[in-house]
Design a protein around this ligand. Structure first.
Ligand code: NAD
Length: 433
């Protein structure tokens, strides 16, 4: 099939590369000229495990191309996938539809054969109706169906999740469009179930899922607070709870709060949509409030550990919103550092395996950036672990102990073995233990 993807970011690029790997002809379109130039030159623009290899393979095989021209990009496309951003509005925090609307109007201008327009971006309920109306108004002759096709990939596992989806949800009543979607995923040979639902249900499933996961994280974080006061151990609580198949063992890891480009914005958007429809979603409202407070609380914990030291040096491991990605959008690490920077007493040095360039765009030169764990921790009074990168577990902490001035480790992701770390002479504190 000929597939056009509008928006070549964390969703659009892995999706395009993976559809090309399935043998489809893919054209990725983006407004950002430098991004498209890099991709055309064979330089990948974001980090995702396993993506770079597939990108080069399919670029060499001419199964994937890149353009800034909507006209060229959507010509002869059987399906046009919209994967542009839907960021929170700076004032109201509701999902900002400006990129979706302008993409729809641009697509309408060049639509010259039947195509399915699949909205993969996370969009408020009713957006696909708006997209349909915008296209019809701009181009009354256009022959198309608008389908809601929400994306469920996890950053850091985008390639894995593409080839091993738990579910494919498609919102459309059109049989013609349903057949196009079936054709698109034909090579999965029934491995992935496609659930066809009403368009408005499909749009809501995405938000309802992300909001539920955010609440689960908020819940386990509150349980961790409870454990800290009562002498219970959150690992044992999570393990015990997770054995109940009704609860499940995923998303029961306490930490510094949820972040990333999805959960914060999608919970806000869901709460806003509910409000507009005169429904109260009190659990989501509580998760939003709790999550904001949690990051401030985590910064306080770090500050508390060094409060008697003059101009303390804080070493940070991790800047991305989670391990396995270079994405720093709404990263708890960035927000915690921002909170610490409100007090100019701290000298902060940070290291992240992939996210330093993106972190620099947010934090600039207000902190220093190291090239490895040793440079970060040298002369530090405290080490705070803010992202769950696997490689952090394997560092030589006896060497780090010698490099540091102090002996405190605050592990906000519970990734280290506290017992072993304490045996090395560290004062170790995790979350909920
Ligand atoms: P992103 O910011 O990484 O990428 C969006 C891209 O769209 C940008 O490169 C931008 O330049 C481009 N763009 C904007 N308007 C355009 C236009 N008119 N024509 C061509 N390109 C245009 O965003 P993302 O993280 O890929 O997210 C995209 C959507 O997918 C969002 O709605 C998000 O909520 C949803 N989503 C994201 C994830 C994730 O893990 N990142 C997972 C599931 C769903």
């Amino acid at each position: 099939m000929n597939i056009a993807i509008v928006g070549t970011g964390y969703v659009g690029l892995p999706t395009g590369v993976c559809f090309a790997e399935l043998g489809h002809n893919v054209t990725c379109i983006d407004k950002e000229v430098s991004k498209i130039e890099s991709l055309k030159d064979g330089k990948i623009t974001l980090f995702e495990d396993g993506l770079e290899e597939l990108f080069h393979k399919n670029l060499s095989a001419n199964r994937i191309g890149f353009t800034t021209s909507m006209k060229d990009g959507i010509q002869n496309a059987d399906i046009i996938i919209i994967a542009v951003g839907t960021p929170p509005h700076p004032m109201t925090k509701e999902a900002d539809m400006k990129y979706i609307h302008s993409a729809a109007i641009e697509i309408a201008e060049y639509l010259n054969n039947y195509a399915v327009i699949a909205v993969k971006s996370t969009v408020p309920v009713g957006t696909c109706d708006d997209v349909e109306m915008l296209i019809k108004n701009k181009n009354p002759q256009a022959d198309f169906d608008v389908v809601s096709l929400p994306e469920f990939l996890r950053e850091g596992f985008a390639v894995h999740d593409f080839f091993n989806p738990d579910r494919i949800i498609a919102g459309t009543d059109s049989i013609k469009a349903q057949n196009t979607i079936k054709e698109l995923y034909k090579s999965f040979n029934g491995k992935a179930k496609i659930l066809f639902v009403k368009r408005r249900s499909s749009e809501t499933i995405k938000y309802a899922s992300n909001a539920f996961l955010s609440i689960k994280i908020h819940y386990i974080n509150e349980m961790a607070d409870f454990c800290e006061k009562t002498g219970a151990d959150i690992h044992e609580i999570a393990q015990g709870m997770g054995l109940d198949s009704r609860i499940g063992d995923k998303f029961l890891n306490p930490g510094p709060g949820y972040g990333g480009s999805c959960f914060p914005k999608d919970t806000y958007a869901m709460a806003h949509m509910a409000c507009a429809n005169e429904v109260r979603l009190t659990l989501i409202e509580a998760a939003i409030e709790g999550n904001i407070a949690r990051k401030k609380e985590m910064a306080k914990r770090i500050a508390q550990c060094v409060k008697h030291i003059e101009k303390p040096k804080i070493a940070i491991l991790g800047l991305a919103f989670k391990g396995g990605t270079d994405d720093c959008r709404e990263s708890p690490a960035i927000e915690i550092i921002e909170e610490l920077l409100k007090d100019d007493t701290y000298d902060i040095a940070a290291y992240d395996p992939k996210a330093i360039d993106n972190a620099k765009l947010l934090l600039g030169d207000r902190i220093s950036y190291a090239t490895n764990e040793c440079d970060t921790t040298k002369n530090a009074d405290i080490l705070a672990i803010l992202t769950d990168w696997d490689e952090f577990k394997n560092y030589d902490f006896s060497k780090i102990k010698k490099l540091m001035r102090g002996n405190k480790i605050l592990d906000l992701r519970n990734i280290l073995d506290g017992k072993k770390i304490k045996e090395l002479g560290f004062e170790y504190k995790g979350i909920g233990i």
